[in-house]
Design a protein around this ligand. Structure first.
Ligand SMILES: [Zn+2]
Length: 439
């Protein structure tokens, strides 16, 4: 790769000299960070692991590979994806780009086409994209309504095993919340407990349903999760309508049940259009319940406030800064890729982060926002071996030419090298034509 020193491919070890690392993604004292939050370090790699991490030497040590202040990040973690849904766009378009349009298009495509083989092909394609981009772990949601659960969960279990050493996988069952009050929900929870996964779904209020009904469905969900010892990860308030907001009711349910597991709420778009006092009360509850929020900025930008022939007026993202200011954990996820919910995307958390910084003003200062695609999702997903550059960890690293944050975030998918266990892997992305035969 032009600009990078040639790296040994035998895994025998190397010393990366003058690596700029976001201080929030390291451990130990590497000296003061610069205005971009970066520290300059030497990374000693041996036997596939980081043997030592030291402040950059004044002169290149013998045999060192000089990165000339190019940034180095740990392997990336995407806490919210839909690998079962990705890349169906060639056969399932979204006619108006709206959220209801996406729901309808996916439901029709799922019923017609989502065989085990179809899901496996697209899921695998997505994993190959993610791996080439430097991703080490993904939590994906799996559409699990009706007959789909029996198709997609076994495929997921196979691929989780097949990819165990390359991309760590977690899955969340995705159904309307009301399902958990029915026999189908009981069976799904049992399936997820057996396979290993999380309970999840969409908390949007069906037409004509009251918030009291939602409370009863949430009670059923929390009781099932506790009975099986499962965590919960929901799609919440993916709209601009604050009257239908369920984030507060979810937090109250977690508190009411003294839920011992982890609750994650994705999207939470409408929180940003609540009256300020009401939003404050909801965020206080979220903090009290210990809920983690995942924001999906590119997808929110795509779907929210979309009205034909009208320019969108808001960005769709939740209250990122206000949540963080309360000490609530905020993560950034990629969500959909080339499907009716998002017509773009490439399973690249760095691209998602770049969008998030621009959409959510996560700079000035960039502070600890780089943790949202590495250290924090790794911690939240229970993957302590990932997310940080620290001695003892596997040498799973992304090497960029960009030295400063502006150099890194200006050039979309600029040159990067990906090391896994200290060895460079291919960063070539699979060709879309490989999927042509399933359409
Ligand atoms: Zn999602």
């Amino acid at each position: 790769m032009p600009g990078f020193p040639p790296l040994p491919t035998d895994g025998g070890g190397m010393l990366l000299h003058r690596a700029s690392i976001p201080a929030v993604l390291t451990e130990g004292n590497l000296g003061p960070a610069d205005a971009d939050g970066l520290v300059l370090a030497d990374i000693h790699i041996a036997d596939g692991r980081i043997a030592a991490l030291t402040p950059a030497a004044a002169r290149p040590p013998e045999g060192a590979l000089d990165l000339d202040r190019g940034q180095v990040w740990p392997g990336l973690v995407d806490p919210h994806a839909h690998l079962d849904k990705g890349h169906i766009l060639p056969r399932a378009g979204n006619p108006d780009g709206s959220h209801p349009g996406a729901v309808k298009a996916v439901a029709e495509d799922r019923a017609a086409n989502w065989s085990a083989e179809d899901v496996r092909r697209r899921f695998t394609f997505a994993l190959r994209c993610a791996e080439a981009n430097g991703v080490v772990a993904i939590r994906t949601h799996l559409d699990s309504q009706g007959p789909q659960a029996a198709i997609s969960w076994p495929v997921f279990a196979e691929l989780r095993e097949e990819w165990r050493a390359r991309v760590a996988l977690q899955a969340v069952g995705m159904v309307p919340t009301a399902t958990y009050a029915e026999e189908e929900g009981e069976a799904l929870a049992a399936r997820i407990a057996t396979t290993g996964g999380l309970l999840g779904g969409n908390t949007s209020l069906p037409a004509g349903a009251t918030m009291e009904r939602m409370d009863s469905w949430l009670d059923a969900l929390f009781r099932l999760a506790m009975r099986h010892g499962l965590d919960i990860d929901l799609h919440v308030d993916e709209s601009g309508d604050p009257r239908a907001a369920t984030l507060g009711p979810i937090a109250r349910a977690a508190i009411r049940h003294r839920f011992p597991g982890r609750v994650t709420c994705g999207h939470c778009c409408s929180l940003a259009v609540q009256e300020p006092d009401a939003a404050d009360r909801v965020m206080d509850l979220v903090a009290e319940a210990g809920i983690t929020i995942i924001s999906l900025p590119p997808v929110n930008l795509y779907l929210q406030d979309r009205v034909p022939h009208r320019t969108p007026r808001w960005r769709g993202v939740t209250l990122l800064h206000e949540l963080r200011a309360r000490g609530i954990t905020v993560l950034i996820g990629g969500d959909n890729c080339r499907d009716p919910f998002y017509g773009y995307g490439d399973h690249d958390p760095m691209e998602t982060f770049t969008d998030a910084v621009r959409i959510g003003h996560l700079d000035k200062p960039i502070a600890d926002w780089p943790t949202t695609i590495a250290a924090r999702p790794a911690d939240w997903m229970g993957l302590p071996e990932h997310g940080r550059i620290r001695p003892g960890a596997a040498a799973d690293l992304l090497l960029f030419r960009g030295r400063t944050m502006d150099e890194l975030l200006s050039r979309r998918r600029g040159p990067r090298l990906v090391l896994r266990n200290g060895r460079p892997i291919s960063t070539e992305l699979p060709d879309y034509r490989e999927l042509d035969d399933i359409f």
